[in-house]
Design a protein. Structure first.
Length: 289
């Protein structure tokens, strides 16, 4: 057979292999098992975790091969602080949940204090400028791109001082600001000085919040599963359905969901199911590194 024919066949085979590998990566990035039992990095899209920006199930890989005794799930409920009935419903679950409290919410200080006393971890839900601002408003006290660095630091300190019992910070919105290295460096330096940790809500696939935290030696993590609360109960239920499988496949999961009545009701249903499968609900501080 002529050499040119062999070269053409080799090219076709190479293209087929590339297509198969690409399909395997795509499947793994959607949270499905790899055809070749490989661990591919996750594909992210610019999805914000709160405040009107789209929410959907999204994943960030951790490690594989954990035994059932070591399966851990950390659930962060964000945008907490405006409704006492939601807080009480979450508290009545009597589990080690993590509440992210918006600092400007009317009940924020009292809810933060009560949550901490009830054995739940409290994070500052730090509002930051998103893309599409002012159409999307992160609320009062937000860190904005137009602010000088000293103003950013002052606001972070002010919000931390206003919430008793805070052990860490997670961004609220912030798809734009978390992409800015200089501004995020100012934020993480304040947290490092107070020995707090950071959870990057991953409002943008270009967020450098986690990376900047590691640069200054700050304990940090990224959320791995984002619960869809915008599509109604059926969409949110579909998102929760994937949590147990994800934790069993990767050993642990950091889940971010909005603190709403339907979420509290669904957690009352799902938590016993996970525990029956050997999953432990843990505060997010156990999964930061």
């Amino acid at each position: 057979m002529p050499a040119r024919v062999w070269q053409a066949l080799a090219g076709v085979i190479a293209l087929l292999l590339i297509a198969v590998v690409g399909l395997d990566q795509w499947q793994a990035r959607r949270g499905e098992p790899s055809l070749f039992r490989l661990s591919w990095p996750a594909q992210h899209s610019r999805e914000a975790p709160s405040g009107g920006e789209p929410r959907r199930l999204a994943v960030e890989p951790v490690t594989a091969g954990a035994t059932p005794a070591r399966l851990r799930v950390a659930i962060i409920l964000d945008e907490v602080g405006g409704r006492r009935d939601v807080f009480e419903a979450l508290r009545d679950l009597r589990r080690r949940l993590t509440l992210a409290v918006l600092p400007a919410s009317p009940l924020a200080p009292s809810i933060a204090r009560e949550a901490s006393r009830s054995g739940m971890e409290v994070l500052l839900n730090l509002p930051m400028e998103p893309y599409r601002y002012p159409e999307l408003d992160p609320g009062p006290g937000a860190l904005m791109m137009s602010m000088p660095h000293e103003e950013l630091r002052r606001l972070v300190v002010q919000h931390l001082d206003a919430l008793p019992g805070v052990v860490g910070v997670i961004n609220h919105m912030g798809s734009k600001l978390t992409e800015d290295r200089e501004r995020m460096r100012e934020v993480v330096r304040v947290l490092a000085a107070r020995r707090l940790f950071l959870v990057d809500a991953y409002a943008s696939n270009l967020s450098i919040a986690y990376d900047e935290a590691k640069v200054v030696g700050l304990r940090a993590a990224r959320r791995q599963i984002l619960i869809d609360s915008a599509g109604g109960e059926n969409a949110e239920r579909a998102s929760w359905n994937g949590v147990g499988e994800w934790a069993e496949r990767h050993g642990e999961a950091i889940v971010l969901a909005r603190g709403e009545p339907v979420t509290a009701r669904l957690l009352r249903e799902y938590i016993p199911r996970w525990e029956a499968r050997g999953l432990r609900l843990v505060p997010v501080s156990e999964l930061v590194r």
